[in-house]
Ligand binder design. Structure first.
Ligand SMILES: [Zn+2]
Ligand SMILES: [Zn+2]
Length: 144
């Protein structure tokens, strides 16, 4: 269960992070499809996160094998954006990551939300999110 008692909400599992994404997106574009990031090379679940917060782009870096992966359509914009390292309020930079996809009635993607659960302290946060305004877009559901 999400612990909402402190300044920052915390969670102890990926399910808590998924719930956090649901709550966070519920007032805007509800994320109906939430995926857990898994390293394609080693199967790891813990990542560093590079983000372009203003533009909306994200790359995860596996802490186990250093494999880098650009989330959704970030590849198309990565060389044009300002990239920062995602850091938890506690100062650590390692997360379990979930990607929330908000879908249009047509089934196309409307919004992408990238959130992390700090593996050190459990704080939950949305690190970047962005709009998808082209079709077809459903192939992005496999890029998380
Ligand atoms: Zn890996
Ligand atoms: Zn933390």
């Amino acid at each position: 269960m999400i612990d909402k008692a402190g300044t920052w909400w915390t969670g102890s599992s990926f399910e808590d992070l998924a719930e956090y994404i649901r709550i966070h997106t519920s007032l805007g574009y509800p994320a109906g499809d939430i995926r857990r990031c898994v390293c394609g090379d080693c199967g790891g679940h813990v990542f560093g996160l590079d983000i372009a917060q203003a533009e909306g782009c994200a790359q995860r870096i596996c802490v186990g094998c250093l494999n880098e992966y650009l989330i959704a359509d970030s590849e198309d914009y990565w060389d044009q954006v300002n990239i920062e390292t995602g850091a938890c309020p506690c100062g650590y930079e390692t997360f379990e990551i979930g990607v929330g996809y908000s879908l249009r009635e047509s089934g196309e993607i409307q919004w992408v939300t990238v959130a992390g659960r700090c593996v050190v302290c459990g704080i939950l946060g949305v690190y970047t999110d962005w709009k998808i305004d082209y079709e077809p877009s459903r192939h992005l559901l496999d890029r998380f």
